[in-house]
Design a protein around this ligand. Structure first.
Ligand code: C2O
Ligand code: CU
Length: 470
């Protein structure tokens, strides 16, 4: 019997697809709900309508919870676009509060960026046409409403974008969406007794919730073919760092970071990912054995990672079962070479800027001692100039709009090999530096943002604005 997940790709608009394959038996995790695959929307088929709407979604496979989503109950479809093409969107806000939606990791000008200056009031819509000029990568879209990003993303306003290009088309990577090429959006949530979402970040410096989910289902199971499987991992949580590892300690390969492929796959057994970061992974299931992905406390200063506060304990993320009835893609292989990256040299930089992320004694979240102010431009940047940004703080995740950057060093040491891709989000625990060139303009009316991607920190003011002019 040939089993496909075609139904994921075609139709199923307005709901997550539960492909037939996932109803097969799972010897060791029969009680876990299956991992849904968001429907896929191709930019080549014209404008994509993303209706910001109320929904009811089951995170545990049992009770329903009031949620929000983009044209579905929770989260949004995966949007797929080819480099050189346009991604034409129509956001329509049908909920009862204002929403702005940002394309995180997209290289577009400030007026198309969807920051807090692009807020849609209830009933309003916004139809950006985004020229895609960047290499194959996995950006994402999510709420960026002033002061409300945390609760709105928490309730479901986020989704993934996949950019393909000639290089990614040529590489022999797994590419069957929902079969061996899986979007993998990891988040955490708490619930009230009545099943509604509990969003209770107040009084805590950091938001960690008790239940870990992938694509909106708590600790799901999924079946995979016996062979290589590609996970497009997005840490879409509000404030949680994950230190991913398999319970059997198996080696897996990192092939891409936020803004594109690494030059070559990097073998790891653990992977730290902060809120907003993306990694593409290749996991080899050719041994036919089931596997469980978990997150472990990261206490060691391994691979030049910052020393990491082990506050979160061990968490099960997802279960994988190998199902031999799913065709293995015999063409899929681990490429030895993935990309070639033009590296900036530190000596090319004409200036450097320093950003200190901190909490003041009176509890304000600040960057360079300032809280976000929609009317204040914090930095003025010249387009096309190479700069170094130096970040200081204690366990934050810094993100800049309008660019991808290259890490220079983390706490004075070169970044680990698996961080040597284009990136747009970086962990800061003491000191991180990146080198960057802003190639897209942003005006005072629609400036770019830089901020901590712990969304509660962002909402509490750990954000600044900048313009880029020619
Ligand atoms: Cu993912 Cu300014 O955001
Ligand atoms: Cu922070």
């Amino acid at each position: 019997m040939k089993i496909t997940r075609r139904n994921v790709i075609t139709g199923m608009a307005g709901a997550f697809a539960l492909p037939a394959i996932n109803r097969l038996s799972f010897a060791d995790t029969p009680d876990r709900p299956v991992m849904p695959m968001p429907p896929l929307k191709q930019a080549s088929q014209g404008q994509i309508h993303l209706r910001i709407q109320e929904g009811r979604w089951s995170f545990d496979g049992k009770r329903k919870t009031p949620t929000w989503g983009f044209s579905q109950d929770y989260l949004g479809p995966v949007l797929r676009v080819q480099r050189g093409a346009e991604l034409s969107l129509r956001y329509e806000n049908t909920i009862s509060e204002p929403v702005a939606v940002h394309g995180h990791g997209l290289h577009v000008s400030g007026d198309l960026d969807g920051g807090p200056h692009r807020t849609m009031a209830p009933g309003e819509s916004w139809s950006p046409v985004l020229p895609i000029v960047q290499e194959a990568s996995v950006p994402w879209y999510h709420s960026h409403t002033h002061g409300k990003t945390g609760p709105q993303v928490y309730r479901g306003l986020a989704g993934m974008i996949i950019i393909d290009d000639g290089n990614s088309d040529r590489l022999p990577l797994p590419r069957r969406y929902g079969i061996d090429d899986l979007p993998f959006i990891v988040q955490d949530k708490d619930f009230n007794d009545d099943g509604t979402l509990l969003y209770n970040q107040l009084g805590r410096g950091r938001f960690y919730a008790a239940h870990i989910m992938v694509n909106g289902v708590i600790q799901p199971r999924t079946s995979v073919p016996r062979g290589l499987v590609r996970l497009r991992l997005l840490n879409g949580s509000n404030g949680r760092f994950f230190n991913f590892t398999f319970t059997d300690g198996r080696v897996f390969h990192v092939i891409a970071g936020d803004g594109g492929f690494l030059e070559a796959p990097v073998a790891v057994t653990t992977l730290l990912a902060g809120p907003g970061e993306r990694f593409e992974l290749l996991v080899d299931f050719s041994d036919g054995l089931p596997a469980t992905l978990r997150s472990m406390p990261a206490e060691r200063n391994e691979d030049n990672y910052p020393l990491f506060n082990p506050v979160q304990g061990e968490q099960i993320i997802a279960h994988f079962n190998v199902d031999r009835r799913i065709c293995t893609d015999s063409d899929a292989a681990m490429p030895s070479r993935l990309n070639s990256i033009d590296w900036f040299k530190a000596s090319e930089a004409v200036l450097s800027r320093k950003f200190v992320l901190a909490t003041t004694e009176d509890g304000r979240m600040v960057i360079n001692n300032k809280q976000m102010d929609m009317r204040r431009i914090d930095e003025r940047i010249k387009r096309g100039v190479v700069e170094i940004w130096e970040l200081e703080g204690e366990l934050h995740n810094f993100h800049s709009h309008g660019c991808s950057f290259q890490l220079l060093d983390i706490n004075g040491k070169p970044p680990a090999c698996h961080l040597k891709s284009w990136k747009d989000t970086v962990t800061v625990d003491q000191k991180s530096r990146f080198i960057v060139r802003y190639d897209h303009t942003a005006t005072e009316a629609f400036p770019f943002m830089y901020h901590c991607h712990l969304l509660e920190h962002e909402d509490m003011g750990m954000m600044g604005q900048f313009v880029v002019t020619s």
